[in-house]
Design a protein around this ligand. Structure first.
Ligand code: AMP
Length: 619
């Protein structure tokens, strides 16, 4: 097992190479490093420029990409070609976001509700992974330009509530940008690290991280024990932030200046100018008592206490979220040792006061709240690089460990760079009716298809009692003990049938093998991601065909002759699509088949209910 200080996963890391820390934010992104001489974390910026890169991507008519401040101005002039808040789409299907679809002024594709969203610009389609990769590429270029050295390794932060799919999507975006993502770190963890919390291994602390940005609010309660961060709970509001404070001021000025609604609907640029002025006022009021300005003939005046009154209900909402988070964490309020402030909106004094009053403690706010997450990511990167000798050296896994799932896909249970000892369990089920055994194949590597990874072990879990497909619950656990021995066990939870095997994950693999495998994962990133999407679509298609066939066999009476023909045709079309290399086509055909069969399922349900009732006497 590799030791972080001398071998950060690849075993051949050169000391001179910088690993950057990246805060990939909804509105703003930043890249940071720990300065090799001062040993202090710093956000990278060009001379006299800002460290913040707005997370905005503009596509011109030839699909050339501009990212950051330059792209900002196109938000107003060419909204259809200017993508903001791509992070909100990461790992999401159209179903997940349809209630907020009006929030996006660009085209979010809704042709297949279950599959992952795409964004259309000009004649091209982009996944949120593609979009995030453009931002990451810009940050990579910026870092390379400033550091005058290639940057190929990064730590990227994500919200603590991001699920596996969203974390994987972030990793994929990194790969596409040409970055080897050494670790995905939770944003609140990074913010805590920036304040030096958790870097002392004897620390045992509970921390609340209050993150109020431009468009989102998150509260996370973390527990640190022996340098390991555990997320106890998260809460928040994905549509609450500084933008709402700006809007409160705009609404106030509209009322004060008696601007009527027709002027507002016809004069869009007036609303935009008011919004920009409101943001200026809000920032000014963080350090002054009143704001005064003019916009044409309009007087724009607001006092600090008026502003505070306007936003009090919004601040109260964030405090309500904090209360829920504390409750979910299962702790008493007094047990929280430290409160860390993150996000530009925490500069507002009344926000600080409200948070401090609720937690009954002084808040940590001495670090720039826009930069604190990126700075923490840089510290994490530095620890991984082995430069920070004061930090506890924990053993880590150099390559990801996972299982083969349908279609030869690699399902990672323990991502590379995980600390050991480590234990992860995940549930799987059978593919066929009455399937009596399940093959568990264990692989090591970073590629999406197991055939490109290294097989470590294989065994059969036998004796699964006959059940319909999808019924058995097989829990597979990966346990790596402190000696680096991996034990894989599988247990069918309904029957208790169990089997396990011991593997030495690193046996026979050299540092240069590891390096080669990592490099290949980057070179083949684009192909791998596309192949995985295709295999997943095919698997979904096959499952739907099999379920539909079974349903039709059992429920002939519920389906008319015409419907039967229509269904058969849709099944045939899907079957044909499965033989082609086009995942979008497969999704379209799945959706078409679902459209036809959806009413059948409802009918079957009704029949089942009335059948159940008819057998019982009602007193
Ligand atoms: P973030 O998403 O963390 O970059 O935060 C951006 C939000 O912070 C925007 O709504 C900004 O208007 C707001 N912000 C930045 N500086 C200040 C300030 N001095 N006072 C109040 N809000 C601020």
């Amino acid at each position: 097992m590799a030791k972080i200080a001398i071998n950060i996963a690849t075993g051949s890391l050169q000391q001179a190479e910088m690993i950057v820390g990246i805060d990939l934010g909804t509105t703003n992104s930043l890249v940071a490093i720990v300065h090799p001489e001062t040993k202090q974390p710093i956000c990278l910026k060009e001379h006299n420029a800002n460290s913040i890169v707005p997370s905005i991507i503009y596509f011109d008519e030839n699909n050339n990409v501009i990212v950051g401040e330059e792209a900002h101005k196109y938000l107003e002039t060419n909204p259809a070609n200017t993508i903001f808040s791509a992070k909100r789409l990461m790992g999401k299907s159209y179903n997940d976001i349809k209630n907020n679809a009006s929030f996006f002024s660009y085209k979010v594709i809704d042709d297949s509700t279950e599959s992952l969203v795409k964004v259309q610009v000009n004649n091209k389609f982009y996944s949120p992974i593609d979009l995030s990769s453009f931002i990451l590429k810009e940050l990579k270029n910026r870092a390379e330009h400033i550091l005058k050295t290639p940057v190929t390794k990064a730590v990227i932060t994500v919200p603590a509530y991001f699920n596996d799919a969203q974390r994987q999507a972030t990793r994929d975006a990194g790969k596409l940008a040409g970055l080897d993502v050494l670790r995905i770190v939770n944003e609140p963890t990074a913010a805590s690290l920036a304040y030096g919390l958790g870097t002392n291994t004897t620390d045992e602390k509970i921390i609340a991280v209050y993150d109020l940005g431009g468009g989102t609010f998150d509260i996370s309660i973390l527990k640190i024990t022996n340098g390991i961060f555990e997320v106890l709970s998260t809460n928040g509001d994905t549509y609450l932030g500084g933008d709402d404070f700006d809007k409160a001021i705009v609404d106030y000025w509209i009322e004060e200046n008696k601007i009527d609604s027709t002027t507002l609907t016809t004069n869009k640029s007036l609303v935009q100018s008011l919004r920009l002025k409101a943001e200026e006022a809000k920032k000014y009021l963080s350090s002054s008592n009143e704001f005064f300005s003019r916009l044409n003939e309009l007087t724009l005046f607001i006092k600090k206490d008026k502003f505070e009154n306007l936003i009090q209900p919004l601040i109260n909402k964030t405090i309500d979220c904090c209360k829920l988070a504390v409750k979910d964490a299962g702790i008493d309020l007094q047990e929280i040792d430290t409160i860390v402030m993150v996000g530009g909106s925490t500069r507002i004094p009344s926000v600080k006061t409200a948070v401090s009053n609720y937690f009954n403690k002084e808040v940590f706010d001495s670090i720039n709240p826009d930069e604190v997450v990126a700075l923490g990511a840089a510290i994490q990167a530095d620890i991984l690089a082995g430069n920070n000798k004061n930090f506890l050296l924990l053993d880590i896994t150099p390559l990801s460990l996972g299982l083969e799932t349908m279609g030869g896909l690699m399902d990672v249970l323990i991502p590379r760079n995980s600390k050991i000892p480590s234990k992860v369990s995940r549930q799987y089920t059978t593919q066929k009716d009455a399937q009596g055994s399940m093959r568990i194949s264990v692989f090591q590597g970073e590629r999406d298809l197991v055939k490109d990874n290294r097989k470590l072990a294989e065994f059969n879990l036998t004796g699964i009692p006959g059940m319909p497909a999808g019924m058995p619950k097989v829990e597979v656990s990966f346990l790596i003990n402190a000696d680096g021995i991996l034990t894989v066990s599988a247990k069918e939870l309904r029957s208790g049938v169990e089997q396990s095997i011991e593997v030495k994950p690193q046996y026979g693999i050299t540092d240069s093998d590891v390096e080669k495998m990592l490099l290949e994962s980057i070179t083949h990133a684009k192909d791998d991601i596309a192949t995985r999407a295709l295999v997943e679509a095919r698997t979904e298609g096959e499952q739907i065909l099999s379920v539909t066939e079974k349903f039709l066999q059992k429920n002939t009476t519920l389906v008319s002759q015409d419907e039967m023909i229509e269904t058969a045709q849709a099944m045939q079309a899907l079957q044909l699509a499965l033989t082609m290399e086009d995942k979008n086509l497969i999704h379209t055909k799945i959706e078409a088949l679902n459209e036809i069969t959806r009413p059948f399922a409802e009918r079957a349900m009704d029949a089942a209910v009335s059948g159940a009732l008819s057998g019982k006497s009602i007193l």
